[in-house]
Structure formats: structure tokens, C-alpha cells
Ligand binder design. Structure first.
Ligand code: G6P
Length: 613
């Protein structure tokens, strides 16, 4: 996720900006840059790579007098969303006059339309980013007052932003604004700092203001004048933060994993943003670059992935078969090229990878391409190897995932797979009306996840009862079967409890021999179609004295009678149910691991990105 730092005050801005960017490095980024305003001049340095590379360029190219002299500047770490990670796409971006500069976090959804209008007025663009379009729009409207130009421009913008804008003509003040992307103002003595999160601020001051959506503020060394888009002053509370730096990076959460679990409603909103077309009952996934006719012509899907992404692919199989009538095979990427994978002319291969760098998935992509398959990527990291080599696909927009155990990437993968199945289904036999209903169901997903997160305390209590066990079984049916696999994977990854996910019906074919009063079972009983059969399977477990925790739909009290412990998930459609369910299992795994004192963000023997076979 992009990081922003801005400074205006009585000291040299350069060191504050570079120090702030270093504090934001944990968020993940691919390029960095900064702009200084000094004596009615704007100076910009930016490039791909690390903040220390930027720092070296600053020291090599800007002399000490200038570095220390500039009292105002903005800086940015970019995590690519629109356009690959290149120096041109790095921030800050400037307007057409070169006098205004801006850093931006978020997504301008209507940037294509805005760019077309601006091009018609003679604007030339140097990057592929949505952000550059916004600063050009601000430049177009600039008549000598930066606040007015920014407010006017933002009225034309659809999407999300946290921005900091400077003008060489107004060297004592910067304008910042937020909608959907966080922005915090730090109030120091004779200096004001703005950043995406407090970790970049607390070295300088602990007095902060968290901006709200639609706030626009003018920052000077003396403080912040905050207004809304209509120039009406708004008052915002000044808060005192007492987090240390580590806690600040994690947004006050104990671990990145917990932060990322709680970030899911927002991450999912970003994944869905601008992609649902209720009127036509379909999804807009332009990165697929396939016409309705081409999508209708697909005869078979093959999904290749590893780990959590593989489990997402298994849920995807249910979506593609149900909504698009497409035979779908899910393959462990590591196996793919060591067999004779059959590719027929109308097959499409979908490679799912959060990082876009997993060696086995990449090898499967290359194998499939060599055999002539149409390959699409479903990645989170923009510009990653799999995204580049597939050349077409859908980005998750989940933001960087730092905890080794994948959480928000998984739920965003499911949301994308559901939208892909909807889109392909609509090109085949799915009716517009059914498509619109599904759009409506998909729209509910962030709210469903919020409602599970509210039950954190209930899940902590259940986790407390089972934190000492050595083994755990997770059972499900239908698309809850891969969710059971993912729940077991989460638990074993971070708590080191031996956990196995099984199809509830397969239990009788072997593993039931292992059940006794020391081996608990997590039964996913909230798939209404399979509910009665799950109740029978739960009874089989109870008959072997195994304690059973039931994941049940809110209000399904009769299911609760059959189990020893309960985790509730909200009532929702069958298609969306895997998402809130897995969030409950992520929280369960997290709290068990926490109670056991495990190193949750870096579990032993595991790597975030596995780039070897
Ligand atoms: C590693 C990670 C997992 C991840 C898997 C696949 O094992 O620890 O969390 O699911 O790689 O990674 P990918 O980036 O391809 O989704």
C-alpha cells in the first residue's frame, strides 16, 4: 500500500521526509520519490527500488545547503496498482506546468474519462498512473489558490484518495485531502507533518489528527485548517498517541496478521470497487482482455496454484461450475509440469498467486503457455513475474500482505473468482436477473466480514478452550470443504497444532479412527444445502467422544444443540458464505496461536514467498 509523508515547518524537510519513508517501508512498496519546494522552485527525485536508493540519489544530486534549506516537501512509497513499477510511474507527479506536485494513495476510478477530457485540452501525460490525471486536473483548475483548485478537482473524482499537494507558487503551505485512504496530521512545534499512518510521525510529535473522508486541509508550520469539499470549516479532535513504533506500524494491533484480518472489509471493498455492474448483472474485469465471445467459447478451466491460493482455487471450482457451467480442474502447481497436462484449444488456465512469484506456479504458467493455453493471472502484486508473464488477468487490490499466513489475499481471491465466474457465466447461460442478484450478494461481502469481526470475543473464548490440544480436524461439505482445508492450514501454520481439513464424508474412510476425546473437530455447518448431512457427521464424531465446535449460521439454534462450542457466522448466500466463514477460522487460528505464545507473523520454517521448487 502506498505511503505518504509531507512536511512543512522550520527545519530542513529532506531528513524528515526520508526518515518518514523509512518508517513506512513495512507497508511494502516498489518505488519511492520526493519533491521539495524551495524558493518558488520545485525539485523532484524519484525512482524504482528502496528508500535507501532514493536517499543516495538525494545525497549525490542535491547539495547540503539545498537539502537543509528546503522547508517543505512531500514524499511517497508506491505499491503499484495502475501501471508497472517504473520511475515514470513513481510519485510525486506534476501537473502540466511543472509547478504543482502531488503524492497519492488510493485509486481514481474515473481516471480514463478524466484523462480523455484533459488530453482534449492539450495535456500530455508522462506516466500510466491514475494519480497523474488527478494532479493535471488540479493544475487545470489552479488559479493561484491551491486549496480551491484541489477542492474543485476532487468534486470530479470517483474513487479513493489520500493526497498531499504542493505548489511552487505557495512555498509555505501544502494541501492534503482524504477519502477512503488514511491520512494523519502530526502537530509539532512550528512544524506540521502528514502521513499515511502515525509510524512516520511519532518521532516528531504525538499530537495527531486523523482526517475523515471528504476533509481537505491546508497545512502550515503553525498547524492545520481543516474544511470540507465545500469550504466549510470542520473541527477534528486532536488525539495523543502513545504507541511505540512497532505498534504504530501494526496500526495498534499486536501482529500484522491480526491487522490484516481486520483490514479485510476495506481490502474487499478495494477488490470490488468499480467492478460490479448491477444493471447488466455482470462484473467488469477489463484486465482479462477477452471479449464476451471469447469467454463464451471456453470449454474447460484449469486452475494452478499453491498453498492458500490453491484452496482459493478449489472454492473457485464451485463458482465456475455453478455459475458458468464450466468443467474446472484445480491442480497443485508443483505437479503440473511433471505430468503430461492435456491442453485443448478452448481451455483457459488461471494461475492464482498472491505474490506472483511462487516458483511452482510460475513454472506451471510457463508450461501451460508452451502448450498453447490461454493463461490468465490472478495476482495481488502488480508487475510481479506471473502478472507480467500471463499479460492478462485480474489484480486483487488487497494491499500488501505482510503476515506470512495469508488472510486478506485469500478472501479477495474468492471475491475475484466469484466475479470471474459471474462474468463468464453471463457470457454463457446465466440470466441478467440472476446476475444482478449475485452482484447484490457480492456487494454484501464487506458487511458480512465486518459482522464476523464483531464476534472476535466469542471466537477468543472458543480458542481459549482448545488452545492446548495436539490435533484438530476441520470438516466441511460443498464449497465449505476447501474452506475447511484453509482453516486447518491456518491453524497448523501459526499454532503448530497438527490440523487436517477433510471432506466430512471422507472422515469415515480412515481418519475417524483417530478421533477420541483429545481430538476436537471444527464442523462447518453453515452451508445450508449440506446442513443435515453435516449434523449426521457431527454425531458420528460425538459418538467417538470428539469435542465438536460448530460454525453455524446465526439463528440456527437447532444446529447448536449438536455441538460443544459454537462460532456464529451471519446468514448469507451459499456463494458468499465461504468468505465470512474463513474469516472466523482465521481469527480462531490467530487466537489459538497467540494463547500458545507462537511467533505469529513469522512462523517457523515458513516463507511468505516461496521462490524455489
Ligand atoms: C507460501 C505462503 C502461503 C501462500 C503460498 C502461495 O507458502 O506461506 O501463505 O499461500 O506460498 O503463495 P502465492 O504468493 O503464490 O499465493
Amino acid at each position: 500500500m502506498c505511503g505518504i509523508v509531507g512536511y512543512v515547518g522550520g527545519r530542513g524537510a529532506t531528513d524528515v521526509l526520508l526518515g518518514g519513508l523509512k518508517r513506512l517501508e513495512y507497508r511494502g512498496y516498489d518505488s519511492a520519490g520526493l519533491a521539495l519546494v524551495e524558493g518558488q522552485k520545485l525539485h523532484i527525485l524519484k525512482g524504482t527500488g528502496k528508500v535507501r536508493d532514493l536517499e543516495q540519489s538525494v545525497y549525490a544530486q542535491w547539495d547540503a545547503g539545498f537539502r537543509d534549506g528546503a522547508r517543505m516537501g512531500i514524499a511517497h512509497t508506491r505499491w503499484a496498482t495502475h501501471g508497472s513499477p517504473t520511475a515514470e510511474n513513481a510519485h510525486p507527479h506534476t501537473d502540466q506546468t511543472g509547478h504543482l506536485a502531488m503524492v497519492h494513495n488510493g485509486i481514481i476510478e474515473n481516471y480514463v474519462a478524466l484523462r480523455t477530457q484533459l488530453k482534449a485540452k492539450g495535456h500530455m501525460f508522462a506516466s500510466q498512473t491514475d494519480s497523474e490525471v488527478l494532479i493535471h486536473l488540479i493544475g487545470e483548475l489552479y488559479k493561484g489558490n491551491l486549496f480551491e483548485a484541489v477542492s474543485a478537482a476532487l468534486k470530479h473524482v470517483e474513487g479513493t484518495y489520500g493526497i498531499a499537494v504542493v505548489s511552487a507558487n505557495e512555498p509555505d503551505q501544502m494541501v492534503v485531502a482524504r477519502k477512503g485512504s488514511p491520512l494523519v496530521i502530526g502537530l509539532g512545534e512550528n512544524e506540521t507533518i502528514v502521513a499515511s499512518d502515525v509510524s512516520a510521525i511519532i518521532a516528531h510529535t504525538r499530537q495527531v489528527i486523523f482526517l475523515d473522508d471528504d476533509d481537505v486541509a491546508v497545512l502550515t508550520a503553525q498547524g492545520a485548517d481543516i474544511r470540507n469539499l465545500h469550504n466549510i470549516p470542520v473541527s477534528r479532535e486532536v488525539a495523543q498517541v502513545d504507541w511505540d513504533v512497532g505498534a504504530a506500524e501494526k496500526g495498534g494491533f499486536e501482529h500484522f496478521m491480526l491487522k490484516e484480518i481486520f483490514e479485510q472489509p476495506e481490502a474487499l471493498e478495494n477488490t470490488l470497487r468499480g467492478r460490479l455492474d448491477e444493471a447488466m448483472g455482470t462484473a467488469i474485469l477489463s484486465g482479462l482482455s477477452l471479449s464476451p465471445r471469447e469467454l463464451a467459447g471456453i470449454r474447460r478451466l484449469v486452475i494452478v496454484a499453491c498453498g492458500t491460493s490453491l484452496n482459493a482455487g478449489m472454492v473457485g471450482k464451485y463458482y465456475f461450475e455453478e455459475l458458468a457451467d464450466l468443467p474446472t480442474e484445480v491442480e497443485q502447481a508443483a505437479e503440473y509440469r511433471y505430468r503430461n497436462p492435456i491442453i485443448q484449444p478452448d481451455d483457459m488456465v488461471i494461475a492464482i498467486s498472491q505474490s506472483g512469484e511462487t516458483a511452482d506456479t510460475l513454472a506451471a504458467v510457463r508450461e501451460a503457455k508452451q502448450r498453447g493455453a490461454l493463461v490468465v493471472g490472478l495476482c495481488n502484486v502488480v508487475g510481479s513475474t506471473i502478472a507480467r508473464e500471463t499479460g492478462r488477468g485480474v489484480y486483487l487490490h488487497a494491499g500488501p500482505e505482510i503476515g506470512v499466513a495469508s488472510t486478506k489475499a485469500f478472501t479477495c481471491q474468492l471475491a475475484v473468482l466469484l466475479m470471474m465466474a459471474l462474468k463468464i457465466g453471463r457470457c454463457r447461460r446465466l440470466s441478467r436477473q440472476r446476475g444482478s442478484e449475485i452482484c447484490e450478494e457480492i456487494r454484501q461481502i464487506p458487511a458480512l466480514v465486518r459482522s464476523v469481526l464483531k464476534r472476535n470475543d466469542e471466537i477468543i473464548a472458543v480458542a481459549g478452550e482448545y488452545a492446548k490440544v495436539r490435533d484438530f480436524f476441520f470438516l466441511g461439505r460443498g464449497c465449505m470443504y476447501p474452506v475447511a482445508l484453509e482453516g486447518a492450514l491456518k491453524l497448523k501454520e501459526i499454532s503448530y497444532i497438527h490440523a487436517e481439513g477433510y471432506h466430512a464424508a471422507e472422515l469415515k474412510h480412515g481418519p475417524i479412527a483417530l478421533l477420541d476425546d483429545q481430538v476436537p473437530v471444527m464442523a462447518l455447518m453453515n452451508d445450508l444445502a449440506g446442513r443435515e448431512k453435516m449434523v449426521s457427521n457431527v454425531q458420528e464424531c460425538r459418538a467417538r467422544n470428539a469435542p465438536v465446535v460448530g460454525v453455524i449460521t446465526e439463528g440456527d439454534d437447532s444446529a447448536a444443540q449438536h455441538v460443544n462450542g459454537v462460532i456464529h457466522v451471519p446468514r448469507c448466500s451459499r456463494l458468499t458464505a465461504p468468505i465470512p466463514t474463513v474469516v472466523a477460522l482465521q481469527l480462531f487460528a490467530y487466537h489459538v496461536a497467540r494463547i500458545r505464545g507462537c511467533p505469529i507473523d513469522q512462523p517457523r520454517n515458513l516463507a511468505k514467498s516461496v521462490t524455489v521448487e
